[in-house]
Design a protein around this ligand. Structure first.
Ligand SMILES: N[C@@H](CCC(=O)N[C@@H](CS)C(=O)NCC(=O)O)C(=O)O
Length: 325
C-alpha cells in the first residue's frame, strides 16, 4: 500500500516535502486538505494538526516536513542532496527567523503590535546573506544543491509572492533570484503544484504525482545502452547512465522503456550511435524507486530513481530493429 500524504498545495512546508517525494521517484496517496477543515483521519494520525503528514504502510507517522524530506531522500537521492554540506543551521535560520518575519510582514494584521516595515527589513537581512552565499558558492552551501537549498526555496518563493516589486528590484538579491528560478523553471514544478479537490473520507483517492503510475512488477523493463557505457558499468558494479550522453546525477533518474517503446526510443536517440545494446531488466531485482512518469506528450515512460544494479539486468543483446512492415 502506498503511504498517505496529507498536504496543502500552497504550504511551503508541504511543498518541500512534495519536492523530496518527486525527487526520490516516490508515489503517495494524496489527501489534499483545507487548513480550516482538517480531516479527522489526519488529526488522529497527528494531533498537532499541521501539514504535511505522511502515514507509512506500517502505520507509522512522520509529521515534520524535514523528516519527510529525509525519509524520501534516504530511499533515493539521485542528485546527492543529502551528501552535500551540513544544512542544519541554514534550515533553522529559515524555519525560526525568516518564517517569523515573513508571517509578520505578510499577515501584519494578525500580529498585534507587529510593524510591517521592521519585519520586511529583518527578513531582507537574512535573504541578502543567502544571496551572498549563492554568489560565492553557486548554491547556498557548496557548488551543488544541498538539503538547505531544497528546504528553503518555498519560503523564498513566498517572500517574493508577498513583495514581488521589492524582491525583483533589489540588486543584492540578484543571485537569490537566479537560484529561485532554478527551482521554479524546473519541469518538476508543474507536478509539484498540481491541484486536487480536498480529500473526503470514502471518496476518490488520487495519487501524487497525479500524472504518475506504479510500474507493474511482472513485465520486463528495457534500457538502450552504448556498449562502452555498459562495459564501464560492469567494471564499477552498477550502471549510472540516464540516457545517451547524460548521467543519472544530471537527470535524476535512468530512462527505461517497456518493450513496445524500444523502437521509438532507438529511432529518436540512438539511430546514429553505432553498437547499441538492449538491457532487459527484471524490475523485482531493482532496489531504487521505479515510477512511470508522463513526458511532455503525455506518454508514460518507466524511470528508475537510482543506479541500475548489474544483477537486475537479466539479458544483454545487440539492439535489432523490428522488421518494417
Ligand atoms: N514544523 C512543521 C510546520 C508545518 C506547518 O506549520 N504547516 C502549516 C501550514 S503551512 C500548518 O499546517 N498550520 C496549521 C494551521 O494553519 O491550522 C513542518 O515542518 O512540517
Amino acid at each position: 500500500m502506498l503511504p498517505i500524504l496529507y498536504s496543502f498545495r500552497r504550504c511551503p512546508y508541504a511543498m518541500r516535502a512534495r519536492w523530496a517525494l518527486l525527487q526520490a521517484g516516490l508515489m503517495v496517496q494524496w489527501r489534499e486538505i483545507e487548513l480550516k477543515a482538517k480531516p479527522a483521519a489526519m488529526l488522529e494520525a497527528s494531533p498537532k494538526g499541521t501539514v504535511p503528514v505522511l502515514v507509512l504502510a506500517d502505520g507509522s507517522v512522520i509529521d515534520e516536513s524535514l523528516a519527510i524530506m529525509r525519509w524520501a531522500l534516504q530511499k533515493a537521492d539521485p542528485c546527492g542532496v543529502l551528501e552535500a554540506e551540513d544544512s542544519a543551521l541554514l534550515i533553522e535560520e529559515n524555519d525560526r527567523s525568516l518564517k517569523h518575519h515573513l508571517d509578520r510582514f505578510k499577515y501584519t494584521d494578525r500580529y498585534p503590535g507587529a510593524l510591517k516595515e521592521d519585519h520586511r527589513q529583518a527578513g531582507l537581512v537574512i535573504l541578502r546573506s543567502w544571496s551572498e552565499r549563492i554568489s560565492r558558492n553557486g548554491w547556498l552551501l557548496a557548488d551543488r544543491m544541498a538539503l538547505a537549498d531544497a528546504a528553503l526555496w518555498p519560503f523564498v518563493r513566498q517572500w517574493r509572492l508577498t513583495d514581488a516589486a521589492g524582491f525583483d528590484a533589489d540588486p543584492h538579491l540578484a543571485p537569490l533570484r537566479e537560484w529561485l528560478m532554478r527551482f521554479l523553471d524546473d519541469p518538476m514544478m508543474e507536478r509539484l503544484m498540481q491541484r486536487a479537490d480536498p480529500w473526503l473520507s470514502g471518496g476518490m483517492q488520487p495519487i501524487f504525482p497525479a500524472d504518475a503510475i506504479a510500474i507493474p512488477m511482472d513485465q520486463p523493463l528495457f534500457h538502450l545502452a552504448l556498449e562502452s557505457d555498459w562495459q564501464a558499468a560492469l567494471e564499477r558494479g552498477d550502471y549510472r547512465v540516464s540516457t545517451r550522453g547524460l548521467s543519472l546525477e544530471q537527470v535524476g533518474f535512468i530512462h527505461l522503456s517497456w518493450q513496445e517503446q524500444l523502437q521509438a526510443t532507438f529511432d529518436r536517440f540512438y539511430a546514429d550511435a553505432g553498437a547499441v545494446l538492449t538491457l532487459r531488466i527484471n524490475p523485482k531485482l531493482v532496489s531504487a524507486p521505479l515510477r512511470a512518469d508522463a513526458i511532455h506528450t503525455g506518454v508514460l515512460f518507466p524511470h528508475l530513481y537510482g543506479p541500475l544494479p548489474i544483477a537486475s539486468v537479466v539479458e544483454v543483446s545487440p539492439f535489432s530493429s523490428l522488421p518494417a512492415c
